[in-house]
Design a binder for this molecule. Structure first.
Ligand SMILES: Nc1ncnc2c1ncn2[C@@H]1O[C@H](COP(=O)(O)OP(=O)(O)O)[C@@H](O)[C@H]1O
Ligand SMILES: N[C@@H](CCOP(=O)(O)O)C(=O)O
Length: 300
């Protein structure tokens, strides 16, 4: 029996929500098919992700899940990779969450969504050395998700009233082990004043999404801790964000650990202005790029 599941691309953090917020979008998707084999081993079939199951997010998630459930079967995992790797679009988490959903179905495990998030996030260790749950929560729940606890894993879906359109500015930059590097740049300690400002902005932004208040999203979606610490990886971000705001975008943030920039737009936004402004700014940096317009995926 073959079981196939998919997970879409996602943008984690959304400005002030480092490691606790994520948004699922229709721009790209991974399809993962699993099938039992008689070798007793996990085998990965994928064009552009590691073949070693311990190094592949989908493989590592299933290894942990099979260990906990004492399932000894051999499994072939075929990853049809649609989410581009290493660009801040939740590529690693898309494979692991799709694999976990497929495995749950194949073995009738009846895992809860939060249990599936737990096993999917375990796979992220293969990608960046740490099990961050944000992108995989998108792969399991869809929509906008908030991580309320990691031990045990608890996720709440945010019922957003204000649903802007999304523009992804995807610079053509490849950084080896990008998320691992970006995570090492985040400060270990922060000043209490920065903490207060960050929680205030995060709360305001969430109020904006929940109540449908454009200005609250705009004022809240700002981060001077994590995004700032990683600025060296995407020095063009500040210019693109302020250009997008001038063109009346709702707001903008770094997608996950970058380098992609997520711009929120609505009917008041001059999208053509953003397209030509992006071309000018990234041209100055000598960077090729793609712009993908997309929308939020509400669920699976
Ligand atoms: N199934 C997978 N899909 C994508 N990347 C994977 C997968 N398994 C392991 N990786 C590794 O994870 C790294 C990319 O993940 P990451 O740095 O988090 O970027 P992103 O999630 O933004 O694409 C690469 O080193 C890649 O080889
Ligand atoms: N919260 C994580 C998200 C990483 O997302 P990715 O799509 O860049 O892997 C972080 O900011 O490190």
């Amino acid at each position: 029996m073959k079981i196939k599941e998919l997970s879409y691309s996602s943008s984690a953090n959304l400005g002030p929500g480092y490691d606790i917020l994520s948004l699922s979008h229709r721009a790209f998707k991974d399809e993962v098919e699993i099938e039992e084999n008689n070798t007793g081993k996990i085998r990965i079939f994928s064009d552009n992700t590691p073949e070693d199951p311990m190094k592949n997010t989908a493989g590592l998630s299933l290894i942990q899940l099979m260990k906990d459930r004492k399932i000894k079967s051999g499994i072939d995992i075929t990853i049809n990779k649609g989410v581009p790797v290493g660009l801040g679009l939740g590529s690693s988490g898309a494979s692991s969450s799709a694999a976990v959903k497929a495995f749950n179905k194949m073995f009738d495990l009846n895992l809860t969504n939060d249990e599936m998030v737990y096993y999917s996030m375990y796979g992220e260790i293969a990608a960046c050395g740490s099990a961050h749950p944000d992108n995989v929560s998108s792969g399991i729940y869809g929509g906008m998700t908030l991580i309320t606890s990691t031990e045990p894993v608890r996720v709440r879906k945010i019922d957003i009233k204000y649903k802007p359109h999304l523009m992804l500015v995807i610079p053509d930059i490849k950084i080896e082990e990008k998320t691992k590097l970006a995570r090492s740049m985040v400060p270990k300690n922060i000043d209490i004043k920065d903490m207060v400002r960050q929680t205030s902005r995060l709360s305001l932004m969430l109020l904006g999404f929940l109540n449908g208040e454009r200005q609250a999203i705009r004022d809240g979606m700002n981060d001077e801790i994590v995004e700032k610490s990683r600025n060296g990886l995407f020095p063009f971000y500040g210019e693109i964000k302020s250009m997008a705001i001038d063109e009346n975008a709702v707001s903008a943030c770094i997608s996950g650990a970058g380098p992609t920039i997520l711009i929120f737009t609505d009917e008041r936004t001059n999208k053509n202005g953003i397209i030509s402004g992006t071309d000018e700014i990234l041209g100055k940096y000598g960077l090729n790029y793609k712009i993908v317009e997309t929308e939020i995926v509400e669920g699976y």
